[in-house]
Every structure is written in structure tokens, then in C-alpha cells.
Design a binder for this molecule. Structure first.
Ligand code: COA
Length: 249
């Protein structure tokens, strides 16, 4: 199998689908695989035909995380590794990202979900953040995003002990949106992508931007939203939707 096939990238009806495809190694992510993902995401940033991104895994899991052999590869300086580039791309990525996960969803397999917008998980998914047990520390801003999402004590347990946790816990913590049967994961995640692509694109992008913008006061956020709201109100897209509604009345 060539490196290119270890990540299957396809574009269909406004959806960029990125599927990990290294099932013999539990979809463990190598530098070359990250590179393919990064190239696809960079293209998606500027391609107006792409409205939504889907992450999923082929085989029996989403991913067992970073390839451990790659951790030992010192040919590439750490800051030059494609995984670092991926994290920077995701931080500023403006289009909605949906993930469909199943089976082992470990390390960056879990932390990447903190950068996704909607997550569909199979009932038997096993999540884990085993950085400390591996002698490492959290990445992908998970030491900030996870406590923000689930509170210090829950985040500390997950990040300090690094033990696996199940879908029930992930759902309770708010790390995932929907729980489905394994065979339904891709289908349901794709259905969400299709739903998102059917929505007014500018409204979608501006809403994600607001959701991801740095925390500010309620007052400041009201002003920030009003600024965007006022512009969207004047957009051709919104006006056409209002007119279509009025024409039906
Ligand atoms: N990096 C490199 N190879 C990996 C890997 C990883 N993160 N995870 C799995 N593999 C490889 C195994 O070495 C094995 O290769 P082999 O068939 O050549 O021996 C193959 O994938 C299958 O894995 P195996 O451990 O036999 O499957 P399993 O079903 O018993 O267990 C996991 C699956 C995911 C629970 C287990 O492989 C695991 O714990 N992986 C490491 C997870 C991890 O710590 N990731 C790093 C996060 S920072």
C-alpha cells in the first residue's frame, strides 16, 4: 500500500472527506499521513466549493494516535513535523469539521475532537489520552481545551492517569454529540455534513468564527455578534432566504 492510500481524500458535494486508511497499524498516524491531511485542509481553506470537512477512519478504529515509531524518528526537527502544522491549521480552520469515530480513538485521535465541531461516535469507541503513561505531556491545546470543556477535575483524571474511557463517559463529558451503532458512524457523520452543506454558507462560517473566537465579556460578544449579524442581514444570501419565505406566505 502506498503512503498516499493511507489517507483517502475525496471531495463530493461540498464535503471534503479525510479517511485514515492504515488498518493494519490501527490507523496510527505517520508524518507522511499528516502531510496528506494538511495538504487537503489547506486546499479546503481556499476552495469555495468545499463547505465542510469530515474526519473518519477505515477498518476497526478511528486511530491509535501518533505512530509511536515516528516519535523516535529524529530526522525531522519536532517543530517541523507535519503534526505540528496540522494543529496550527486546525486552530485557524474556518469551515465546520465533523468527525465520525469508532474503535480505538487514542492520543491525537481524541485531542483532535476538541478541534472538531460535531462528533459522532460508535457505542464501543475507546478513547484515551495516554500522554503521561508514555512519558509525554498533553498536546493540541488539550491541557486548555479539555478543562474548559469538562472542568479541571475530570480533565486532570483523563490527562494525568491516561486511562481509556468509553463512549458513555465521553458523552457525559460533552466530548461527543451522538452515539450510534458502529456500522452507522460514517453514514450519520456524512448526513450531518450534508445537512451543513445545505445551509447558508456565510452564516455557517461566521457562526463557527464566533464560536471559536477568544472569550470576551457578554457586552463585547453582543457587539461582535451584532457587527456580523448586521452584515449578514444585508447579504444576498439572507435576502434571498427571507424573500423565499415571504413568497410562500
Ligand atoms: N503506533 C505505531 N503502531 C501502532 C500504534 C501506534 N500508535 N498502535 C497500534 N500499532 C500497531 C501495533 O504495533 C501492531 O503492529 P504489528 O501488527 O506490526 O505488531 C498493530 O498496530 C496492531 O496493534 P495491536 O496492539 O496488535 O492491536 P490491539 O487490538 O491489541 O490493540 C491498541 C490496539 C490501539 C489498543 C494498541 O495497539 C495500543 O495501545 N496502541 C498504542 C496507542 C498509543 O499509545 N498511541 C499513542 C498516543 S500518543
Amino acid at each position: 500500500m502506498t503512503e498516499a492510500q493511507q489517507v483517502i481524500v475525496s471531495i463530493e458535494q461540498g464535503i471534503l472527506s479525510i479517511e485514515l486508511n492504515r488498518p493494519d497499524k490501527k490507523n496510527a498516524l505517520t508524518n507522511d499521513m499528516y502531510k496528506i491531511i494538511n495538504e487537503a485542509l489547506v486546499k479546503a481553506k481556499t476552495d469555495e466549493g468545499i463547505h465542510v470537512v469530515l474526519f473518519a477512519g477505515k477498518g476497526d478504529c478511528f486511530t491509535a494516535g501518533n505512530d509511536i515509531a515516528d516519535f523516535l524518528d529524529s530526522d525531522i526537527a519536532f517543530e517541523k513535523k507535519e503534526v505540528v502544522r496540522l494543529l496550527r491549521i486546525l486552530t485557524n480552520f474556518e469551515k465546520p469539521i465533523v468527525a465520525g469515530v469508532h474503535g480505538s480513538t487514542i492520543g491525537i485521535g481524541t485531542t483532535i475532537l476538541l478541534h472538531c465541531d460535531i462528533v459522532v461516535a460508535a457505542k464501543e469507541t475507546k478513547f484515551a489520552l495516554p500522554f503521561v503513561p508514555l512519558g509525554l505531556c498533553p498536546e493540541a491545546a488539550s491541557s486548555l481545551l479539555l478543562p474548559n470543556l469538562v472542568g479541571h477535575h475530570q480533565a486532570a483524571e483523563l490527562l494525568l492517569l491516561g486511562e481509556a474511557f468509553n463512549t458513555e463517559k465521553a458523552e457525559k463529558l460533552g466530548l461527543i454529540n451522538r452515539v450510534v451503532e458502529t456500522r452507522e458512524v460514517r453514514l450519520q457523520a456524512m448526513a450531518l455534513c450534508q445537512k451543513l452543506t445545505s445551509l447558508p454558507v456565510n452564516a455557517l462560517l461566521q457562526t463557527k468564527r464566533l464560536l471559536k473566537s477568544a472569550p470576551n465579556t457578554v457586552e463585547e460578544r453582543i457587539s461582535q455578534e451584532l457587527d456580523v449579524f448586521g452584515k449578514l442581514l444585508q447579504s444576498k444570501e439572507a435576502k434571498a432566504i427571507f424573500q423565499a419565505f415571504l413568497n410562500k406566505c
